[in-house]
Design a protein around this ligand. Structure first.
Ligand code: DGP
Ligand code: NA
Ligand code: NA
Length: 213
């Protein structure tokens, strides 16, 4: 006998924003809240420093090695592509994913070095398109009040300002949600949580689209 089974797919939710906007904190809170509802959800994080490519990226970020801007840009993109099978398989079995950074960081951080934005976008064209991007927006004054930046590459206020300008250019209101991240953590979480639940429901029977295609 044939049985029609309407399997639900998970949603791909991306958190973006400058360093110190609270992405990792919000990602963990989201995992807890959604898990409590009984829905499947997991976290992913780019760059994923645990892979072979991620290991090179890690050395680069910790300033242990130098790499040409173009080369490192392609490594960050390759690091996303190598996780695509896992992303697709996870969504297909009905589990949602909250991703800490994605292709937008790829363009914003390379673009902040002065690289051509279209060149930077090309290698990420065709990645699974996020069902929602939650952009955690942090005023530069408040960012500086959140304490010193770390010691890694890119962790300084001038560079982060350039990164932010490019994020703003990439913003696409058809699936981006800008959330003011200077408010209390729990308030920010409630806003993010509403977006995630709504997105999971709205997309459960929709195909996964391709980014920038
Ligand atoms: P995180 O582990 O999220 O703090 O990211 C490490 C740093 O790498 C952070 O400064 C942001 C930067 N970054 C994340 N993704 C990319 C990317 O695709 N390209 C470049 N150039 N930098 C990135
Ligand atoms: Na960082
Ligand atoms: Na990350």
């Amino acid at each position: 006998s044939r049985k029609m089974v309407m399997t639900r797919r998970g949603a791909l939710i991306v958190l973006e924003g400058c360093d110190k906007a609270g992405k990792s904190t919000q990602a963990k809170m989201m995992l807890d809240s959604v898990t409590k509802t009984g829905k499947g959800i997991r976290l992913m994080n780019f760059p994923d420093r645990t892979t072979t490519i991620g290991g090179i990226i890690d050395q680069y970020l910790r300033k242990q090695i130098e790499l040409k801007d173009e080369a490192v840009h392609l490594l960050f993109s390759a690091n996303r592509w190598e996780l695509v099978p896992e992303i697709k398989a996870t969504l297909a079995r009905g589990e949602s994913i909250v991703v800490d950074r994605y292709a937008y960081s790829g363009i914003a951080f390379s673009g902040a070095k002065g690289m051509d934005l279209e060149w930077c976008r090309a290698p990420d064209v065709g990645l699974p398109k996020p069902d929602a991007v939650i952009y955690l927006n942090l005023d530069k004054k408040i960012a500086s009040q959140r304490g010193d930046y770390g010691q890694e590459r890119y962790e300084n206020i001038e560079f982060q300002e350039k990164v932010k300008d490019i994020f703003w250019k990439l913003k696409d209101d058809s699936y981006w949600h800008v959330i003011e991240a200077s408010r209390p953590i729990e308030v920010v979480h409630q806003d993010c949580y509403k977006i995630v639940l709504e997105t999971i429901q709205r997309k459960e029977h929709q195909p996964i689209e391709l980014l920038w295609k």
